[in-house]
Ligand binder design. Structure first.
Ligand SMILES: [Zn+2]
Length: 326
């Protein structure tokens, strides 16, 4: 299994749960994109399935571990998302529920369902899931990952144990990136933009897309500094119409506004966004109160896009609101 950096307290909790036989049948791992949720979900599954745990950790060599690590364990299922909003459909959930009543055939006698990246899930499939996680067969485990636990209905949240995942320290991230064979230059620029988020750092190095969004975020920031509404509108709309891409840009922009507000109060504060220099310049032009208002507008735009409002409409409205604020 891939080495997991950071999140040590969470990993220890998982190990203690299995050691003391306090395993939980329904779990939500939530945290920002790239913070290791999927790896940790797999680690929990692997820990549950290992036939001979060593020091409460999966041994990596038993039959079950080998099957799991090869991605072909018969009692581990990753349901697939479908549709434009990439949610889990009623049909998918129905199939999983019928499957969950078929007993597993492995030494640990457990069966695991890992629902990755839960978002935009309708109420109906969630209510169907609720029934099974309320009274699951003893051997069935349901693991969910999501950026926020509020992707789920309160009734689901109340029946799951929710664990937040957190980004690593920058030192750990540098170490992880070195072990992945990336060059010093690649590591420096990735960590400058994405700090302790290993997943995002790797994505940034491997994929031009994130680099473009970092540049776009800087352009948005420059437009606000110049109070240039036309250029701001143009920059925001350059995010395209793909929802995932728009969320990436809005999330980077939002972090920049957070940094701007923080730097306004303390010039030496630690930043979390993709460009400290832009945040510093913004903080000289924008008050923390304006930054807060822009943050609310960004959240509203993201929420509108999430609920299927056309992207150009939501982004144009965001542009107009920011122009009013500044
Ligand atoms: Zn094992």
């Amino acid at each position: 299994m891939k080495k997991i950096y950071g999140n040590r307290p969470l990993l220890s909790t998982i190990e203690n749960m299995t050691k003391n036989n306090h395993t939980v049948n329904s779990v939500i791992f939530f945290g920002e994109k790239g913070s290791g949720k999927k790896l940790i979900a797999d680690y929990y599954a692997n820990t549950l399935l290992c036939e001979n745990p060593e020091d409460d950790k999966p041994c990596g060599i038993c039959n079950s571990c080998r099957n799991f690590l090869a991605g072909n364990h018969p009692d581990v299922k990753y349901p697939e998302t479908s549709g434009k909003l990439e949610g889990y459909s009623v049909d998918t959930v129905r199939n999983i529920i019928s499957d969950a009543f078929i007993k597993p055939n492995n030494k640990t006698g457990r069966k695991i369902y890992i629902f990755r990246d839960c978002r935009n899930m309708d109420t109906r499939p969630q209510n169907m899931l609720l029934k099974i996680i309320e009274e699951p067969p003893e051997y069935a485990f349901f693991i969910f990952t999501a950026e926020s636990k509020y992707e789920f209905l309160p009734t689901i949240i109340s029946r799951c144990i929710c664990f937040p995942t957190s980004p690593c320290s920058e030192e750990d991230t540098i170490c992880a990136l070195k072990e992945n064979g990336f060059s010093e230059n690649e590591i420096t620029s990735a960590v400058e933009c994405f700090h302790g988020n290993i997943g995002m750092c790797i994505d940034y190095i491997k994929n031009d897309r994130l680099g473009k969004y970092v540049d776009l975020t800087k352009r948005i920031s420059d437009s606000i500094i110049r109070k240039d509404e036309y250029s701001l509108g143009h920059a925001l709309c350059s995010a395209g119409s793909d929802r995932k891409n728009i969320f990436s840009v809005l999330s980077m922009f939002d972090k920049l506004m957070r940094d701007c507000a923080v730097l306004n109060k303390d010039k030496n504060a630690q930043t979390i966004g993709c460009c400290r220099e832009s945040a510093e310049r913004l903080s000289e032009r924008i008050t923390p109160c304006q930054a807060e208002k822009i943050h609310i507008s960004i959240e509203n735009a993201a929420s509108a896009v999430r609920y299927n409002v056309s992207a150009p409409v939501a982004l144009s409205a965001l542009c107009a609101e920011i122009s009013d604020i500044i």
